[in-house]
Ligand binder design. Structure first.
Ligand code: SF4
Ligand code: SF4
Ligand code: FES
Length: 344
């Protein structure tokens, strides 16, 4: 069995006694095949009993052991030490708590904000069956119906995508990727009756339309769920159900129209079309600042020469709507389910 000495640089912090986070170094002998969680257990049992971290199933199912390893959010119980060695194995492995959440102690973070957001957005199935008949009557979900939410149902709420989300870095009130994924999952569950209510909630401020499309959530999902497919489908659902009155929806529509019509964005009129006359007035100081720095969007934007090719892409996307999403990384990509009725 291959065995080597490995160094771990672990972030420590007890907010009750420490002024700021600091790092402790540990060097231990590790066999090939050992996970980061087992290494942490060894350090706790033999070197530093106060080291605090969370873990339960040890099988990638409960989501409780998510931490940052070498700067990337991952599950400690499914990540092998050998797979994260750098510098020929001589560099210490950096172990830190998840980002975008408050540290309770060492590697344990407070996940209450995620739970609060799940509650606020009603991330559960509300069946059509009356409460008194629940448990007596069945609501069968066919294999085909379940397929639409199969991948999204794999979410173990580990918080890795929450930790990696760029929007969370700048706005802790942002709804967050796991909550959007749950909204997609519940809104496409054939037993659920809360679709419109949930859609209204997720399209308010700090919601669905604030996603910055950086794809980091999807890149770092520990269960390889195509989270962005869920977010795109929710946006499509908002349009399909007539929820086009929000700033985010108007902003997306303006982009859609400009690119289809002339192949370029008409930046000058974008605030007006997104925020309306009154809302745009608030942007005047920003426009003046940008103008003083030489950033002046052109007043007249010409149509690109080969606009027909762009329109062709629109036509093809329109024809594909409702089909499998191109580029999904999960072997069972999220699909849109038929939706009925407007929400207004
Ligand atoms: S794509 Fe959106 S939800 Fe995902 S990490 Fe980026 S900002 Fe967050
Ligand atoms: S979507 Fe993926 S990364 Fe995010 S909480 Fe669920 S399993 Fe974890
Ligand atoms: S301990 Fe449960 S997912 Fe790692």
């Amino acid at each position: 069995m291959e065995r080597r000495e490995v160094s771990f640089r672990i972030q420590r912090y007890n907010p009750q006694v420490d002024r700021a986070p600091f790092y402790d170094n540990f060097r231990i002998a590790v066999e090939k095949g050992i996970t980061i969680l087992r290494a942490l257990n060894y350090i706790k049992e033999h070197l530093e009993p106060r080291l605090t971290f969370r873990a339960f199933c040890q099988a990638g199912i409960c989501g409780s052991c998510a931490i940052r390893i070498n700067g990337v959010s991952r599950l400690a119980c499914t990540t092998q030490v050998w797979d994260v060695l750098t510098g020929g194995g001589d560099d210490p492995i950096l172990i830190e708590p998840l980002d975008n959440l408050e540290v309770i102690r060492d590697l344990v973070v407070d996940i209450d904000p995620i739970m609060e957001k799940l509650k606020r957005n009603q991330s559960w199935v509300k069946p059509a069956i009356p409460e008194e008949e629940l448990g007596r009557k069945e609501h069968i979900v066919s294999d085909e119906q379940f397929e639409t939410i199969n991948a999204a149902s794999d979410c173990i709420l580990c918080g890795s995508c929450y930790s990696e989300c760029s929007m969370m870095q700048v706005n802790r009130d942002y709804i967050s990727p796991p909550v959007l994924l749950k909204a997609f999952r519940m809104n496409n569950d054939t037993r659920d009756t809360l679709g419109c209510q949930r859609l209204r909630e997720v399209t308010t401020d700090n919601g669905l339309w604030d996603c910055a499309h950086c794809y980091k959530c999807m890149e770092h999902c520990t269960k390889k769920i195509p989270i962005m497919d869920g977010i795109h489908h929710l946006r499509e659902e908002a349009f399909a159900r007539g929820m086009t009155h929000t700033e985010g929806a108007r902003h997306a529509q303006a982009f859609f129209d400009d690119i289809r019509d002339i192949g370029r964005l008409k930046e000058v009129t974008l605030p007006l079309r997104t925020k309306g006359v009154l809302g745009s007035l608030g942007m005047v100081p920003l426009a003046i600042k940008m103008g003083l720095k030489g950033r002046k969007p052109p007043l007249l934007v010409k149509r690109i020469p080969d606009i027909e090719r762009v329109r062709d892409i629109y036509d093809r996307l329109e024809a594909d709507r409702g089909g499998e999403v191109v580029g999904a990384i999960h072997e069972l990509p999220l699909r849109s389910a038929p939706r009925s009725g407007g929400c207004l």
